[in-house]
Design a protein around this ligand. Structure first.
Ligand code: F6P
Length: 409
């Protein structure tokens, strides 16, 4: 490599997004990049010429190791949609002016389906105008909703946190189960895809009964059926645990979170903030059935719990970061790195690259056949798919009793 590399992070963070950043940094240096720049706050920050030289922050192997274990976007993130090229060419001219000034050869963007829109537009613009920079995306999202990749970095660790925390919530609730009814509703992120909510099924095992019901956004939610299912369960047991996706919708398409008041906030990509469904449903159960209820919303904890990250996930996140630099350095552009599952037992994966135009702005949802007919749980195929992704630990570097993070002021 003769020139420099610039890398940005975009969209909702994960527990392992910085492992991908570390992978980009390491491979860029190994392949001879003179400098590896980091965009502050993704493309939005870059437009304001906010960037850092990563060598000023990642100085040795220990820094790399701590970065891999640091949750959330080290560089800062954004949800920023570039306008269509014909709508505002000036923005593109400005970005390429900055890239030329920094002698950028490879532009790497770590993000989800919305962020891949940025790779798509910048690579299209480069082709249109004869620019030589290469643009490659690195997959990332706890939602696991990117097309053409077996799964996305960030998903396995969030799934591990969710299954672990649900086991703990069940232990807590069952302690009070003598002559007392309790229904706990647990709300899990994932927007319109139920991958993460389905991971709640992993809580079930030899030492845990698991959740009783799981509701994904892929199947319309019927409030009356929901209440009746709980009534039936309470005839047999005193504690009921239910996992719901933040994105469950009624048959008419209304999000349950909207029905419950929710939030009016809408981001640059038109996504509504989905929150409050568990509280709404817990209150509804209390009103209809009269028992004690509890709502648990994992919120940002599920995407930042690096203390419980999966080793498979951290390693794959690092691997895809490196693969993106290699691909760009070898001439690929307008592509995203994907993870291919090579085998399940033992679990093995490899990287490939795909046209980002087939990935950007799409949403891969859970196949209907991986959800039970009643739409209230996931099947064994789903569980077999996700279980390998939560394997292994990646212990934190502990200082003074707490995990150490790499921090950019
Ligand atoms: O894109 C990942 C995600 O974590 C979704 O699951 C969730 O709906 C969204 O981000 C929340 O984003 P924010 O924190 O910006 O509200």
């Amino acid at each position: 490599m003769n020139g420099n590399v610039i890398v940005g992070q975009s969209g909702g963070p994960t527990a392992v997004i910085n492992s991908s950043l570390a992978g980009v940094f390491r491979t860029a240096i190994d392949r001879g990049a003179k400098k590896v720049y980091g965009m502050r706050y993704g493309i939005q920050g870059l437009l304001d010429e906010m960037y850092v030289d990563l060598s000023d922050y990642i100085k040795n192997e220990l820094d790399v190791e701590i970065l891999k274990r640091t949750p959330s976007a080290f560089l800062g993130t954004c949800r920023y949609k570039l306008p269509a090229i014909h709508e505002n060419q000036e923005i593109y001219d400005k970005i390429f002016e900055i890239l030329d000034k920094l002698d950028i050869e490879c532009f790497i963007y770590i993000g989800g389906n919305d962020s891949m829109d940025t790779i798509k537009k910048l690579s299209d613009y480069a082709i249109l105008t004869g620019k030589t920079q290469k643009f490659v995306g690195v997959p990332k999202t706890i939602d696991n909703d990117l097309a053409l990749t077996d799964h996305t970095p960030g998903y396995g660790s969030a799934a591990k946190y969710i299954a672990t925390s649900i086991k703990e919530v069940i232990r807590d609730g069952n302690g009070f189960s003598y002559r007392k009814q309790l229904v706990t509703v647990i709300e899990i992120m994932g927007r319109n895809a139920g991958w993460l909510t389905g991971a709640a099924a992993l809580a079930k095992g030899e030492d845990c009964e698991g959740v009783d019901l799981i509701y994904l956004p892929e199947v319309p939610f019927d409030t009356q059926d929901f209440i009746e299912e709980i009534r039936e369960l309470l005839k047999e047991k005193s504690t009921v645990f239910i996992a719901i996706s933040e994105g469950i919708r009624l048959a008419d398409g209304t999000y349950v979170s909207e029905a419950g008041g929710g939030s009016d906030y809408v981001d640059a990509f038109g996504h509504k903030q989905l929150t409050g469904s568990a509280t709404y449903l817990a209150n509804l159960i209390n009103h209809e059935i009269g028992c004690k209820t509890r709502a648990v919303e994992f919120s940002s904890l599920q995407r930042s719990a690096s203390h419980l990250a999966s080793r498979v996930d951290i390693n794959e996140a690092f691997m895809v970061g490196g693969a993106a630099v290699k691909a760009a350095d070898e001439g690929d552009s307008g592509k995203m790195v994907v993870i291919d599952r090579v085998s399940d037992d033992p679990y093995q994966s490899a990287t490939g690259v795909y046209d980002v135009h087939k990935i950007a702005n799409g949403e891969k949802t859970v196949p209907r056949e991986w959800i039970t007919e009643r739409g209230d749980y996931v099947t064994e195929d789903f569980i077999d798919y996700v279980r390998p992704l939560i394997q292994g630990d990646y212990p934190c570097v502990m200082v003074n009793g707490l995990p150490r993070h790499l921090y950019l002021k």
